[in-house]
Ligand binder design. Sequence first.
Ligand code: GDP
Length: 589
Amino acid sequence: MAEKVIIVADSITVGELAETLNLPVTNLIGELFRNGIVATINQRIDFETATIIVEELGLDVELEKKVAATLSDRKTHTLSDKAVARPPIVAVMGHVDHGKTSLLDAILHTKTTDQEAGGITQHISAYQTIHKDRSITLLDTPGHEAFAALRQHGAALTDVVVIVVAADDGVKPQTIEAIRFAKSANAKIVVAINKMDKESADSARVKAQLATEHDLNPEEWGGDTVMVEVSAKTGLGIEILLDMVLLVADLEELKADIDTPAEGLVIESHMEVGRGSVVGLLVEQGLLRTGHFLVAGTAYGKVRTLLDFAGKPLKEAGPSTPVTVTGLKELPQFGDTFTVVKSEKEARNAVAVARIEQEKNAASTNVTGADLLRMMNQQHESQNLNVVVKADVQGSLTSVIDSLRLIDTKGEIALRVIGSGVGNISENDIRLASDSKTLIYGFNVGLPPAIKQLAARDKVQVRIYKVIYELLDDARASMEAMLAPEVVETEIGTLTIKGIFRTLKDEIIAGGEVTSGKVTSGLLARAKRGKETLAEVEVTKVQRQQQEAKEVFEGEMCGISLKISKKLLLEEGDKLEFFTRALVKRTLK
Ligand code: GDP
């Protein structure tokens, strides 16, 4: 273990790295040069390169990649001494066709009384069931996509993972992923060995596989993993499974505060005709009620309706409760956190701050019209992300390649596996990768130092992972980085011109009333007369009562300076529609 661990982001400039390492920057540039990288002080190098260089320099320092703030930080939410017990949050996972959905159905059908009223036929991803007078919250994790998303956003929420393994099929790649997920999320594992009604069921074989290959030893063999034999079809063992889930959860003493403003996670969101935004939330702390002002990511609003997972109205929702709310003015995103604030004003402020954060994070850049045209004119030719995949054994190689192929981009970016094999990264792989823009992914394999150097020299990126979904996330991020950005215009407010003070060649100074939203300097605006758009202008200054102001809100009068690029004569009654325009990195849906 190195003496010092330094956290760095995905990439770092040479200058910053030198500073962090407390080294003369020339030493660093020299070392990079020796490795075939000609760099300047402002050049960005990626994490892998930085790691190699630090190793080459023989420093007793270990670089660690900075992970984006995750919810795991929140699990350590300091609880007050008034915290109360909360229901466990249980994710049900397993290989496709092993009976995850059937098991959830069995649990809910036997347990939930009137859910025919519309509960589980709707698309929702969290449910609650009552077992022996106690609630259990169940998260459904359908498909691969959701799995990755859950890992990113919900890992820290998950207390227990029920891993469903079909007794007639045994451990499969997604079983292994589920085990990895549970371990990385620090969640307790309960194994449900399903399809026990089948003649070909062989639970001993499943247990042996789990014990010998995955370090999950059944209790009856002296281990500490609870394994329950069930049949989603006949209902066998379901009660015991739920008993066990509660038992395992009880060891964790799960608690939450309720006399604190409600907060939690957005687990789904969509628009519905007649209802507006319909948002699924999982409450983590506090009590959520209708009428509360809620901020979720960059969306806010007053909770109009509060429903439980089955669509029944709730008076209030406490910790671990999945709910659906309406009333937000916009759609928050899956994985956004939400909080309740005191007033609409506070909500608006929080959203403004969130917007700024988002703008920073989304690597979106405010651009001028000229930039934009240039970007838009750039050809959106379809592109390939080429990869070479190496893995420790054939089984994992197949599952990595299969999973990579599942990353869908609707044809814009194609992922091509141009080489693959079992074993450490080799010179051959580097050669294969160096004549095209190719990433090498290693799964559970080594990268010998000589090959590492070779890779650095040829600027070939080698990425080694031990966890499959981290590898997949990386591949997805690499593909996203190749997507052409999207132009997003966000409406900020409107103003009606009440008077023109001065009209110059390149500037107009006017007065007006903000009729919706707000105005700040730096915004773009469409100048409109009736339906006709006269010009696009830029706000350079905003004044309230002759004082320069940062922002002026709906209902207020203000003075405003506009930068104009062509002759424009505004008059009383004309309108300005303020907006921001940004190039936003797109993500793969
Ligand atoms: P999922 O992909 O993991 O959600 O699996 P499903 O719940 O869709 O089940 C896959 C198939 O296995 C379906 O045809 C189910 O009817 C069947 N199945 C699920 N559980 C059982 C079980 O306990 N016994 C038997 N015999 N079949 C089951």
